[in-house]
Design a protein around this ligand. Sequence first.
Ligand code: DHE
Length: 550
Amino acid sequence: AQDKKAVTQPEMNYQAGGSPLASEPMYQSSNPKAPQMTQAEFDKARQIYFERCAGCHGVLRKGATGKPLTPDITLGKGTDYLKIFIAYGSPAGMPNWQTSGDFDEKTVDLMARYIQQDPPQPPEWSMEDMKKSWKLIVPPEQRPTKKMNDYNIANIFSTTLRDTGEVALIDGDTKQIINIVKTGYAVHISRLSASGRYLFVIGRDAKINMIDLWMPKPDNVAEIRVGLEARSVDTSKFKGFEDKLAIAGSYWPPQYTIMKGDTLEPLKIVGTRGMTVDKQEYHPEPRVASIVASHFKPEFVVNVKETGKTLLVDYSDLKALKTTEIETARFLHDGGLDSTHRYFMVAANQSNKIAAIDLKEGKLSALIDVGKIPHPGRGANFTHPQFGPVWATSHLGDETISLIGTDPKGHPQQAWKVVETVKGQGGGSLFIKSHPKSTHLYVDTPLNPDPKLSQSVAVYDVKNLAKGFTVLPIAEWAGLTDDGAKRVVQPEYNKAGDEVWFSVWSAKNKQSALVVVDDKTLKLKAVIKDPRLITPTGHFNVNNTQHDIY
Ligand code: DHE
């Protein structure tokens, strides 16, 4: 059982991040054929389901990375069979909830009965709901007309304080905290407007906050909830549309919303329910994963997880919305642009593939087989000494790093092929990063079960990958006296490309820190500690995020 836990844990911890839907009131019809449950049992099971199971099996239990668990299937299997499956897991990736010690026998029995009931349906979220949640805190006409502070705003870092529902804005030059801004719960990502003035963050609870970096003390100017659960936000970047529009994708309801870029006023909601790419069958819950703005056309690139489709949404006329639907592969997740910004590289994580999408031509360039469960974040771009420009991803499910050629003109032989596979410290990697001014490549492993690996980072010299990696003991450098996880997560460069920042992510009641490394010497440069820095996870440099530099 111990071995099994080691194998399944990185994925399990990753996908069981907790859903805000656990506390939503839901409609429930009773299924007379299912085993009896009291209301209290049902409510408890529903909460556990949304916290631990929905990430893989879906809100409606139609299946995603995990198998479908609708009553037509589960009733036939019966309580005893389901209990064994929940208790012991499966080699296909189902965690062993009982033998790992996460569930006791009673909870296993509860969940086996629960998944034979009809799935409760969370409420939808309409334009009216959005408008009710919308707060224009400082209208555009009351905002500064020029930058009113002395910060070098291009080098500010927006750092998620996951469990407190805040972001810390940190001055990258002085390493001082500028402000702690109230946001939604567990902000997933930060993105910038084209001008670099406005910062947009989205919480797991689908709350978007828009922060004006020109204010004397940068703070919220607008807020909206675009659904009940979400992960992605971005802004229009094409010439002529700078700072005009914002877009957010939601997990529930499955839809994306286009808003005004200076106020977050919602303009248009588009549902993503529809047919899957492979079997072409209806899916009621295709969640919106990563979104990126094209620099080549007035388009947003919207990646729909369960249907395996990448949508190029032309935002130039919202009243006559044109969408190019590109067939990619199922379970699209995270991704980023190549160094020329022409190609979007997105991980279809459970298909073990990267899709390369040509944003100039509006078509799929290739589907590329990589390692097990690619997880690039936005990936890393650098020039390989032999193969030219490459984009790289690390993996959640194995220790490799796949380098993919991205230069069809200059290096046609290598384009859209894995030109080299580099061995890293281990599996459980989430993020990888490089910078045009650096010759280093950083690979984290925060979800590796071995604390030695989850608390350190591997660095490569991209000019000599064969030399292998150097390990930087980031958590040790943080000098935290508390015990606990201290996961080292997400390398992020400063604007100059000569420093790399890491979060040392501890539990809510333990001390965390940010560690800054000198990129030239690979030596410790600074440790940022503050009682307000609780559960830091992602951190985003304004300039690099604004210009898609990675
Ligand atoms: Fe993330 C990116 C979804 C777990 C931190 N994460 C993304 C993106 C998606 C996503 C769709 C791409 C957004 C984009 O670019 O537009 N993440 C999910 C999940 O569904 C998942 C697996 C489970 C969950 O319940 O949320 C999950 N993610 C995590 C974590 O456990 C992390 C480490 C901490 C947390 O907040 O829960 C985490 N995800 C991040 C970060 C990014 C991200 C820091 C942005 C990377 C970047 O460089 O852009």
